[in-house]
Ligand binder design. Sequence first.
Ligand code: KE4
Length: 429
Amino acid sequence: MNFKKSEELFSEAKKYIPGGVNSPVRAFKAVGGNPVFMKGGEKALLFDVDGNKYIDYIGSWGPHLFGHNPPFIKKAVLGTAENGTSFGAPTELEIRMAKLITELVPSVEMVRMVNSGTEATMSAVRLARGFTGRNKIIKFEGCYHGHADFFLIKAGSGALTLGVPTSPGVTPANASDTLLALFNDIESVKSLVAANKNEIAAIIIEPVAGNMGVIASRGDFLRDLRRICDEEGIVLIFDEVMTGFRLSPSGAQGIYGIAPDISVFGKIIGGGLPVGAFGGKREIFNQLAPLGPVYQAGTLSGNPLAMSAGYAALSYIAENPGIYRTLEEYSGALEDGFRENLAKLGLGYQINRVGSMMCMFFTNKAVTDFASALTSDTALYAKYFHSMLESGVYLPPAQFEALFVSTVHDGSLIKKTIEAHFNALKSLG
Ligand code: KE4
């Protein structure tokens, strides 16, 4: 493939933008080489500035459950733009969006819109601290909740991939209120709770981890977390920025049957535009400004353009619950094809999949937590990534991410991906 124009644009971008990108993982640091600059997307396909075509498994890192530019979202956005993009005043559409979220996710009684997943998780923690009057939080090694200071403590995703487990700029004071537990290890949670009695405001978790690769919560882990939070007066926060509306109409909580106190959303609820949201129990959200004393605000929160895209996306989900059967069919076919290839080549790499989120780890060890994920050979992943890219398959440019299947990754595209996967693994020798 020819990447000449992308290379030229990357050189130009680096003059004005740190690292040439507006989000670190896009820079291909974890896989080497230069990022590909995209020109457009249509359904499951991406087209770069050099005229190359790719089957896209990033989907803008999760938002594109229906592929790129679905007509019903495009129509909603263009229609709304006719009347303006943002007023800084309440609109009816925000009510409809909030109501729809509460209808799709039973644990959510009230919801506040923001502009990113980071803003939503950051605000959810502040609300939990304000509601409980406590300072400390528990997060899990390898989970990523956005880049608020108190989360960048052995974060997953970009920070993990960039090998910066604790980011410079995070003050010791800030870090000291964040306690780290081990994913799928309830004993690690119990010991932290016992050692910090009545000091923990919240436990925040990705109910299905997607930022250290894909790792499902096992067995009763989430149920045990729920019980501990009930017993200790701790707010349970599910970070469903990635899983929300992807794994079911009510995200991971709908699959596991566990109701958190606060849920955090992003990605899909913006339909490709910048939207985040946090919602949950009325008694907690009564504490949020202007109703209560916990401050939170945003110039563009709930703006009509983003709401129109998000509302179109969630309405489509509400009206077409059958999409999850399609997602399962396509994602299952991809997993089966990858497993057949590994068997044919006598390779023991691990594949974790939950619904339309999947990751192949370059390790022979079962991946159930942060430590086992780290046994993956990231150099091998890098070679695999570039081989797939050359074959026209655009995967996450980092081992510790999730690939996403959409409702338009049909059989022919899945078949092409499986063929490329076989050739890529074979070329690794
Ligand atoms: P944003 O601030 O990027 O909208 O959301 C942060 C966030 C919060 N919680 C979870 C579970 C997330 O996955 C994310 C963001 N995910 C990464 C992908 N691993 C975004 C990609 C990027 O950083 O460019």
